[in-house]
Design a protein around this ligand. Structure first.
Ligand code: AMP
Ligand code: GLY
Length: 416
């Protein structure tokens, strides 16, 4: 089968890598891909949001299955358009992808179906939001843009001045465009975080092995939020009891709520959870694999990923016995100097050929006249699998040292 993977980050390199292991794939395309995917697949130069271009490519090249990595095309309805054209595609349709596309939709769903989450208020006018906050005396609080903002639309606010500035930037200056036409102001929760990813078809949920993402740029979880600076699997706080609790109290009632709302979900459901003193609470839903969580989850998957995608599309996930390795995995992100703010691009990367016992999933890289150069904020993710998380980390850190580019930035405390 010919398979098209949409996206160009570390997550998509890991998806392509896993799909190449399936005996059923004979050609894999990646749009737009990166230097890493170009070694194991054929990159095609469509942006991941170019739905008409991707649709024509899939038709003309007899693509048997399309797999969507990022959220934007899902929220924009790529699944609906491919299905209307009679093409097979993996992911939620637009009606279901709203779980990530609108934080207000999700908060209202969670409230209606009594699923634990932070208390919130929604606002469509900046003046009313500011007025509400002028009577607020407890900080920190959390302000979130309703729509998609590439992971940057969540502000943790500590002072009235920051609140005023945050509302101005999101609702008046529209730094996230229309994503900021409405906001929510939410109770600040504390506790360790858990990323719980599940395979979901119309009737069945199969949780994946757990992961922990390290979101802040700085050591000791300090500084700005990023897409993720590293991940480990399993999450040390996760056990069968917690999995059962989250399935029964969060995941299953959310999916039942979506069915009742006429928005049945299928694809990958990623639930960001905070383990508060009052129990696990939902921070957010994503409707796709996490990045860099995918880079530690897929290396542990023993079942053919193509079979899982096909089973979900055909609604017989219940017939598959999804198997995982008992090994642990760790990934270290090598980022550009300056990330998550501005950073240079086009810098040469050396040492990749010296890596042993790790898999380097490329994120922001491209080939420039035969050289691999940086082309994004998160550049590479160095992934290892071993009997323990500690051993996987040791191998990844040893290999991360061999790779060089100007400004290379990494956290040395992933896993701690
Ligand atoms: P989100 O994109 O909604 O996952 O938010 C990004 C990050 O912001 C989360 O991983 C949390 O670290 C933090 N966050 C989001 N909502 C809250 C909240 N209500 N209280 C505390 N931290 C939060
Ligand atoms: N690593 C967080 C995300 O993929 O949203």
């Amino acid at each position: 089968m010919k398979v098209l993977v949409i996206g160009g980050g570390g997550r998509e390199h890991a998806l392509v890598w896993k799909l190449t292991q399936s005996p059923k794939t004979d050609q894999i395309y990646c749009a737009p891909g990166n230097a890493g995917t170009s070694e194991i697949a054929t990159n095609i130069s469509f942006s991941d949001n170019d739905i008409p271009g991707l649709l024509s490519f899939a038709k003309e090249n007899s693509v048997g299955l399309t797999v969507v990595g990022p959220e934007v095309p899902l929220v924009d309805g790529i699944v609906d358009e491919f299905e209307a054209a009679g093409l097979r595609i993996f992911g939620p349709n637009a009606k279901a992808a709203i779980l990530e596309g609108s934080k207000i939709f999700t908060k209202e769903l969670l409230a209606k179906y009594k699923i634990p989450t932070a208390d919130y208020h929604r606002f469509s006018k900046a003046a009313i939001a500011k007025n509400y906050l002028s009577t607020n005396t407890t900080y920190p609080i959390v302000i979130k843009a309703d729509g998609l903002a590439a992971g940057k639309g969540v502000l943790i606010i500590s002072t009235p001045e920051e609140a005023e500035a945050g509302i101005r930037e999101i609702m008046e200056d529209r730094v996230f465009g229309d994503a900021g036409s409405e906001i929510i102001i939410e109770e600040f929760l504390t506790g360790p975080e858990l990323s719980m990813l599940c395979f979901v078809d119309t009737h069945t949920v199969v949780p994946m092995v757990s992961a922990k993402d390290y979101k802040r740029i700085g050591e000791g979880d300090t500084g700005l939020n990023t897409g993720g600076m590293g991940a480990i699997s399993p999450n040390p706080l996760y056990d069968q009891k917690l999995e059962n609790y989250c399935l029964e109290n969060i995941i299953e009632p959310s999916l039942e709520g979506m069915r009742q709302e006429g928005r049945p979900f299928k694809g990958i459901l990623y639930c960001g959870i905070m383990l508060t003193e009052d129990g696990p609470k939902v921070l957010e839903y994503n409707v796709r694999f996490g990045d860099p969580e995918t880079q530690v989850i897929l290396p542990r998957l023993e079942t053919d990923l193509l079979d899982i995608f096909e089973a979900i599309i055909d609604d017989h996930l219940n017939e598959l016995d999804v198997q995982w390795s008992s090994d642990s995995a760790a990934t270290i992100v090598l980022a550009s100097g300056g990330y998550p703010e501005s950073y240079p691009k086009g810098l040469s990367i050396t040492g990749l050929e010296q890596v042993v016992s790790s898999t380097v999933f490329h994120a922001g890289t491209k080939i420039d006249d035969k050289d691999v150069v940086t082309s994004g904020g998160r550049v590479l993710t160095v992934t290892s699998k071993a009997a323990t998380v500690g051993e996987a980390l040791r191998i990844s850190y040893a290999n991360a040292q061999k790779i060089e580019f100007q400004g290379k930035t990494l956290r040395t405390d992933i896993g701690s």
